[in-house]
Ligand binder design. Structure first.
Ligand code: ATP
Length: 366
């Protein structure tokens, strides 16, 4: 009973069209992340679901019950939607201690005192904030307040949980631990979670599904693997890569299931490509940094490049290379590999992993 369905949602702020005919279904038990660059409409989507903003057009239903019908000016109040929301800005009660803040929802629901104590203590422990239990929000750092806000939301074991950048103020180590907690929480409570972030690593590691937004449009809804390996649009590919995916402009011709491309990387023959790639002409090849092998000796099929710089980061090294006169290529290799600047090396990559985009439309075609 926690499926959420948005149909043709349109939202304007002053004359700006922020959400444009948004259709989105969040199935019961999904961990759905709304991902996209700053200002693309993620938070607005969350706010129209909760009732903090009203869309001008479109409908929203939660658990099969209509809570918004823009055409009929019907907007159920937030308190009647059965949602639990954690904002980036925490919104803790300033006059209550950490313990009292976390216990608040259970007190309202008249849960027996002993049960409240156990549940609150468990939530404090999960969020690693037991030692701040008697402090007031003003005596906590931003990251500590953020964890109190999550504890307060999870303690009631909600069916639906909405989280807006809930880990944005945590340091790297704590963020990793809290991600693991959220993932466990999702699995244990089978809560439907809608999560807003602009951090693609967070989205890829936590979600069962990712919805990617650009300028108020949903451009792709897919599994994390689908989003990562098959971005439907070159903007998605550009956004998701970490480090950025290499884009190489090429001329292409299509022959019997093979796409032949000519670019500064030379001639590439991409086998088993769908006829949709028949669009002979200008394309953009997308080659993932981690698919590129850097070899120091001439090798069959190896493309000569010069080392521009190496950026070792302990367990992996980013190598920036130049191919031809003006093509920069980024490779990510395992381990610590320090190569002298200017050194001639050779790169190879599995051709079946190269995605091809139509240069004019930016759409994935092969
Ligand atoms: P971020 O990652 O920076 O939080 P977002 O994707 O969540 O971004 P939204 O907060 O949904 O983006 O904002 C979408 C657009 O709507 C932005 O251009 C923003 O300036 C505008 N906007 C949001 N709230 C209001 C408001 N109350 N009044 C006017 N414009 C608004």
């Amino acid at each position: 009973m926690s499926k959420i369905e948005l149909k043709k949602i349109n939202k304007y702020f002053d004359n700006h069209h922020i959400l444009k005919d948004l259709d989105l279904v969040i199935e019961e038990g999904d961990f759905m992340t709304l991902l996209g660059p700053s200002g693309c409409g993620k938070t607005t989507t969350l706010r129209v679901i909760t009732g903090l903003e009203n869309p001008e057009r479109g409908t929203i239903s939660i658990g099969g019950k209509e809570v918004v019908n823009g055409e009929n000016y019907f907007y159920a109040p937030p308190s009647k939607r059965g949602l639990n929301l954690v904002f980036q800005s925490y919104a803790l009660w300033p006059h209550m201690t950490v313990y009292e803040n976390v216990a608040f929802g259970l007190n309202i629901n008249k849960v027996p005192k002993a049960e409240i104590k156990t549940s609150v203590e468990q939530a404090l422990e999960k969020m690693q904030i037991q030692k701040y239990r008697d402090r007031y929000p003003s005596e906590l750092s931003g990251g500590q307040q953020q964890r109190v806000a999550i504890a307060r939301a999870i303690v009631t074991k909600p069916k639906i949980l909405l989280l807006d950048e809930p880990l944005s103020n945590l340091d790297a180590k704590l963020r990793l631990e809290m991600r693991a907690e959220l993932k466990r929480l999702h699995r244990d409570l089978k809560t439907t979670i809608i999560y807003v972030t602009h951090d693609q690593v967070e989205a890829l590691t936590l979600s069962t599904k990712i919805a990617i937004f650009f300028e108020g449009n949903l451009v792709q809804l897919d599994s994390p693997k689908g989003i990562y390996r098959q971005p439907a649009d070159i903007r998605v590919a550009d956004f998701i890569g970490n480090p950025t995916i290499n884009f190489v402009d090429a001329d292409s011709t299509y022959e019997n299931g093979r796409l032949i491309t000519e670019s500064p990387l030379g001639k590439l023959v991409l086998d088993s490509r769908a006829a949709g790639a028949a669009a002979s002409g200008k394309v953009t090849l997308a080659i993932y940094p981690e698919d590129i092998q850097v070899v120091q000796e001439p090798v069959e099929g190896g493309i000569p490049c010069h080392v521009y710089s190496t950026l070792p980061a302990g367990s992996e090294t980013i190598i920036q290379l130049s191919a031809g006169s003006d093509l920069g290529i980024m490779a990510k290799v395992m381990g610590d590999l320090e190569l002298p600047i200017g050194k001639l090396v050779y790169i190879r990559f599995p051709l079946e992993k190269v995605n091809v985009y139509d240069k004019a439309t930016g759409k994935l075609i092969a």
